[in-house]
Ligand binder design. Sequence first.
Ligand code: MG
Length: 364
Amino acid sequence: MTRPANVAILGATGSIGRQALDVIDRNPSRLKLFGLTEGKRTSAHSAEYLIQGQAGDPDFDARVETMVTDPRCDLVLVAIPGARALRPTLAALKAGKEIALATKEVLVMAGPLVMKAAGERGVRPVDSEHSAIWQCLWGEQRENVRRLVITASGGPFWSQPDLDLDRVTVEQALNHPRWSMGPKVTIDSATLMNKGLEVIEAHHLFDIPLDQIAVSIHPQSVVHSVVEFIDGSLKAQLGRPDMRLPIAVALAYPDRLPDAVPPVRLEELTGLEFHALDEQRFPAVRLAREAAAAGQGRPAVLNAANEEAVSAFLAGELAFSAIIPTVERALAAFPGGGEDLDDVLEADRWTRDYLGSKLGRLRA
Ligand code: MG
């Protein structure tokens, strides 16, 4: 492309959005801010669209749809959390836009719908593990892939096997050893539900069966993920734990941006560790696989129940160790539904209603 790519950012005030603005500012010959959404007016940026407000407000939603389907817009970075990201993502894909996707919930809830709307061009992942796998797959034939290995830092509690998870405080759970992220994904890292969601995300993004996607605990967070091929070769992508790198990869594809982050120096890499996941203590990955395999709206239930349980934990209303059992309870009670957009949104609503009364009782 001879002119800079016009980039719209959904969710410019979150952690990913702010780092994306930084990547765009530093690469004016290749990337141009076309528009953004933010909860309140905070940015000093100029762009064609500066949209303030909250998803769900009809006026806000209509303006977002106009922005992401504008013929001048080339690429949409989706970085608003949760189910609210689903409709604008589908609208942009149907208008033929490239998508850089940071919101994994979109693929967890509605992977088949989203990948169908994306068609041949696919979706550019921003999640660091999926960016790693994506980069390892460039130029490879899909039938030569044996399995994917998603790495996990393990969060703050993995390395403390004797810690009583019933007594973990919000402050302890928010203290992530490697990555600086928003509170929701930081708690998901501590429960390992983040990896459960990422297994489902990888399954849809790369069209790989669930049982060919493994999780490995790698506390140093330097190897961002691994692809194993049928000949026994393994390819990994390494980098500092800095989200500006996967953001730059997604925004500039198939190009690369100079000095997006400082490179890892190999001499600094003493003692990279990889450990099996303890599924007894951290059952979230198993639960996510089961929900994805069963389908019929269950991944949307998994996602919504987890969101509700995490926000109850952050509000001090639910024990850390009750987060995953709460998700399990919602999945067990869900009668099953369909797989269309309305069905997925209904499964999301059902879960919030169901847990609203249950968590409400716990709060009382
Ligand atoms: Mg990740």
